[in-house]
Design a binder for this molecule. Structure first.
Ligand SMILES: Cc1cc2nc3c(=O)[nH]c(=O)nc-3n(C[C@H](O)[C@H](O)[C@H](O)COP(=O)(O)O)c2cc1C
Length: 128
């Protein structure tokens, strides 16, 4: 997850991450916006959830159908973020437009064994 201060890796990613500099990346907001196909709000949000998938975990069982399960799961998780945001006065926006190779590399993911599948910046909704 990207925040104004840095990138918070999930427990497992952190264990696998050899490049600790990831956690203290400067220019994070600008970089995230750029990698999200030049959508600045993605980097400017208070937090940005970035979900990655490890295709083999689905492929060993479902073979060529694996992509369907992975993407359905990502959609379901993101939908729950929409619901959670609504309940605390925040907003989010599903993001599928991003530079695949660039973002995978930025997060230290190989892009084959593990790759980004979805993003969702989160922020407070302005009072009307
Ligand atoms: C799979 C998916 C990908 C999306 N990617 C983007 C995106 O890259 N940038 C963006 O601004 N909105 C993105 N959206 C959000 C849609 O633009 C948004 O859901 C649509 O405008 C409808 O919004 P509304 O239901 O609030 O009217 C995406 C939505 C989905 C479901």
């Amino acid at each position: 997850m990207g925040t104004g201060r840095g990138i918070l890796l999930s427990e497992r990613q952190e264990a696998n991450c050899r490049d600790r500099r990831l956690l203290q990346t400067s220019r994070l907001a600008g970089k995230l916006g750029e990698l999200a196909m030049d959508q600045p709000f993605v980097g400017q949000a208070a937090a940005c959830f970035i979900w990655s998938a490890v295709p083999y975990r689905e492929e060993w069982r479902h073979g060529t159908q694996a992509a369907k399960g992975i993407l359905l799961d990502a959609g379901r998780v993101c939908q729950n973020l929409y619901l959670a945001c609504e309940s605390i006065g925040c907003g989010t926006c599903a993001i599928a437009a991003y530079r695949q190779e660039g973002l995978d590399r930025f997060l230290g993911l190989g892009g084959e064994d593990e790759l980004v599948v979805y993003l969702a910046p989160v922020g407070k909704v302005e009072e009307a």
